[in-house]
Design a protein around this ligand. Structure first.
Ligand SMILES: [Zn+2]
Length: 342
């Protein structure tokens, strides 16, 4: 190999050009590794020139050293730049190990309230009831008036109702769906209306400003209070088991006459008395009764021909009894530790 410094430098320039060319055509990371070996390796393009260091004259040696080092640093820098840039690019996956175990996927579950609601729906569907729905933002007429709750009736207490305007309220019960259903069809009617209701209650262990109700209605020729009792009993046994007993207590609602509240025997102690039933052996569930003929007049049914019963129940209340949940707030806090138990 020549020891003429000019010739050497010209050769080095050619090597640099070749390097630049090859690098510009390199598209993959592992090829930049190859360039590194080719130009900077122990048997690479530059190494033979370093070997010339001992052969050139003492005056020329620093010049050659400088040139070689400059080029070495340049090659290294270019290769590093290329590698950094290609590493930030998404890499092609050349290999996938199909024997690796998969990552576990966490699957959500249906909210406990809606599990109970589904169960309630299934029971009534099996009894021949249909599911009806209505708006949560209701007019005064459907929420009160047509249910025989005229203006200034005590149960319209401002404390209880979210008024949106003089005429619009967030429905305080699912009973308006009864009216809407009766307006849209003729008897026989067997329906339940599940859904959200709204009342101005402060959130505590047993109250929530939003809660879920299931309203039921049956209208036909010859429907009696005995039918209502039979239905509630059959429902209670399907939901809580054959040993559950029911009882009715006289009560008052504007839209039913006669009206009753119905209780189930305690699902925990079976009637002996415990902390859940506060020692009484009974659990209050909700209200029911025979549809007041005044309500039939609002929807244009002939009250001398048809009779009907209506009933309600709180879904939270039933879910709390079913799963023995002590605090209604658990349903709304979405604490994963609570929800994953169902
Ligand atoms: Zn009890």
């Amino acid at each position: 190999m020549t020891t003429d410094i000019k010739e050497i430098i010209s050769k080095l320039e050619t090597i640099k050009k070749n390097f630049d060319n090859e690098l510009s055509q390199t598209s993959e990371n592992n090829l930049s590794e190859k360039l590194k070996i080719k130009y900077l390796g122990r048997k690479g393009e530059l190494s033979s020139f370093f070997a010339l260091m001992g052969k050139v004259s003492a005056q020329e040696r620093p010049k050659l050293g400088q040139e070689l080092n400059k080029l070495k640093i340049y090659f290294q820098g270019q290769i590093d730049k290329f590698t950094d840039a290609s590493e930030s690019k998404p890499k092609r996956i050349d290999f996938f190990d199909t024997s690796l175990p998969g990552l576990p996927v966490k699957i959500g579950t249906k909210h406990p309230l809606y599990q109970v609601l589904d169960e309630i729906k299934d029971i009534f569907i099996s009894f021949g009831f249909t599911i009806e729905t209505g708006p949560e933002l209701e007019t005064d007429y459907y929420n009160f008036e047509a249910l025989n709750i005229p203006k200034y009736h005590p149960s319209r207490d401002l404390q209880d109702t979210f008024y949106i305007s003089d005429d619009l309220v967030m429905r305080t019960h699912t009973s308006p769906v009864q009216i809407r259903t009766m307006e849209s069809m003729e008897p026989p009617i067997r329906m339940i209306a599940p859904g959200k209701c709204y009342r101005k209650d402060a959130l505590d262990a047993t109250h929530s400003p939003i809660f879920h109700q299931v309203e039921g209605l049956c209208v036909d020729v010859g429907v009696t209070f005995a039918d209502l009792k039979g239905l509630i009993e059959a429902f209670a046994k399907r939901l809580f088991g054959e040993d559950v007993k029911i009882r009715f207590r006289p009560s008052f609602f504007p839209f039913t006459e006669p009206s009753a509240e119905y209780d189930f025997s305690c699902v925990k102690c079976g009637g002996k008395g415990c902390n859940i039933c506060k020692g009484t052996g009974w659990l209050e569930i909700s209200g029911a009764g025979m549809v007041d003929p005044a309500v039939f007049n609002y929807v244009g049914y002939d009250s001398s021909k048809y009779t009907g019963y209506a009933f309600g129940m709180g879904v939270e209340r039933i879910a709390m009894l079913k799963y023995q949940i002590p605090d209604i707030r658990h349903f709304y806090e979405n604490d994963i530790r609570f929800l994953t138990q169902f």
